[in-house]
Ligand binder design. Structure first.
Ligand SMILES: Nc1nc2c(c(=O)[nH]1)N[C@H]1C(S)=C(S)[C@@H](COP(=O)(O)OP(=O)(O)OC[C@H]3O[C@@H](n4cnc5c(N)ncnc54)[C@H](O)[C@@H]3O)O[C@H]1N2
Ligand code: MOO
Length: 399
């Protein structure tokens, strides 16, 4: 049997980052930047007010106090967006709004709360030091600054700064488009009645959600039956739209294994046993001229999700332009004893608490969907360990 590490290494060596494309900011959430984004101008582009109030010369209001307010004429009114270049003379003040350009001559802003709010003249009850409530041009970004470097993950704030420096589109590695195809004649679509011998199809929903969480775009196709020709036709018809394919089911030792039967003859997809529990039967290969990676995951629901976490998610990260790395782990303390088969790396489902303790959930079978849903972590038990005792330190993969 192959080791988990060898299987992952083969996958990570085979997948490539997707070619960069230019995407509008609306479409770029989660994409990885493939260029440096530079600011063409300073941010803020001009000195502006941080508060609603009055732009003054600090010297003119230095003597202001609650008992003896300084009363000055209001000769200008500047709203945010005011495009005129204005100036204010000594002894005069400008009513100013947050974000409005500070007129030339003014060197401080007095918040409206320190005044009587006058419109033609204003009584100012507190002095404002020079620079008060003024946001200086360039104090966020200087012209030419690289505000985002190639390789940055575009989250909400990163899209914000891209827009903030005037960009409507960015060059990125796109989110991989992943085709999720489940197989099995026993699978009924959720929402339809269940005949004897059938179960509701669940893997594709888990895998589609997992792809999205991993920064990909998923296309889900209704389960295909146990006919290898039907499976191959469906795959061929949809491959052109996909950057990667995930299948579930149909790869083990049974009489009806459509995925294995359809793909094994191509010679480009390898099926093998990986020394892990759950998720022993695995397949991986590259399809067609575009060398589209295909992950043929086992059908048992826990097995397919664990396989996704261990193998597909790191591969999608590489396709997105992120560094190749196995699923990250944290160290936790086991709250009860656990067993594991010899010679296989186990991934027990567990609940990881904020206190750093992890408890294996009840129901460790690879078909036990509800137990999986109650877990938030995988407890990693090395190949050479068959028993863990309460209080032991273990490595855990948070889900
Ligand atoms: N003789 C052997 N039998 C099995 C072996 C073996 O080594 N020798 N391995 C077992 C292991 S381990 C696994 S895992 C499964 C993997 O089998 P397949 O990948 O071929 O999957 P199926 O047989 O199609 O399905 C397995 C199981 O999962 C259910 N399933 C499948 N697809 C879905 C879906 N989309 N949603 C919900 N549930 C699904 C299916 O009904 C089966 O119960 O093989 C073992 N057998
Ligand atoms: O390895 Mo299978 O994935 O146990 O259920």
């Amino acid at each position: 049997m192959r080791s988990v590490d060898a299987h992952l290494a083969e996958i990570l060596a085979a997948v490539r980052p997707l070619d960069p494309v230019v995407l509008g900011l609306d479409a770029a959430l989660g994409a990885i930047l493939a260029e440096d984004v530079e600011a063409p101008v300073a941010l803020p582009p001009f000195d502006n007010s941080a508060m609603d109030g009055y732009a003054v010369r600090a010297a003119d209001v230095a003597a202001a106090s609650e008992d003896q307010p300084v009363v000055l004429p209001v000769t200008l009114d500047v709203a945010a967006g005011d495009g005129a270049r204005r100036a204010v003379a000594a002894g005069h003040v400008t009513r100013i709004m947050t974000g409005a350009p500070v007129p030339e001559g003014a060197d401080a802003v007095v918040p409206v709360e320190w005044t009587d709010g006058g419109v033609s003249e204003v009584a100012i009850r507190r002095p404002a030091p020079a620079g008060n409530a003024i946001r200086r041009s360039g104090e966020d970004v200087r012209p030419g600054d690289v505000v985002l470097s190639s390789g940055a993950v575009l989250g909400p704030a990163q899209l914000g700064i891209a827009a903030g420096v005037g960009r409507s589109a960015v060059r990125v590695r796109p989110r991989p488009r992943v085709l999720v195809l489940s197989t099995g004649a026993e699978l009924a679509e959720p929402g339809t009645p269940l005949a004897h011998g059938q179960i509701w199809e669940s893997n594709s929903f888990t895998l589609v959600a997992a792809v999205r969480q991993a920064g990909g775009e998923a296309v889900r196709r209704r389960a295909v039956g146990d006919d290898p020709a039907e499976f191959k036709d469906t795959l061929d018809a949809l491959l052109g739209e996909a950057d990667a394919v995930i299948t579930s089911g149909g790869i083990s030792m049974g009489a009806y294994e459509p995925v294995k039967e359809a793909l094994a003859p191509l010679g480009t997809v390898r099926f093998e046993k990986v020394a892990m529990q759950p998720g022993m039967p695995q397949g991986f290969g590259l399809l067609g001229e575009r060398q589209v990676p295909i992950f043929t995951l086992p059908g048992n629901p826990v097995s397919s999700y664990v396989s996704f976490v261990l193998f597909v998610k790191p591969a999608l990260a590489v396709m997105r332009g992120l560094p190749a790395a196995p699923a990250p782990t944290v160290t936790a303390t086991l709250t009860s004893a656990a067993r594991s088969p010899a010679g296989k790396r186990s991934f027990l489902r567990g609940v990881l608490g904020t206190d750093g303790a992890v408890a294996p959930v009840h129901g460790q079978g690879s078909h036990q969907l509800a137990a999986l849903a109650s877990a938030n972590a995988l407890i990693v038990v090395p190949e050479d360990v068959t028993g863990l005792t309460e209080g032991e330190a273990v490595e855990v993969i948070p889900l």
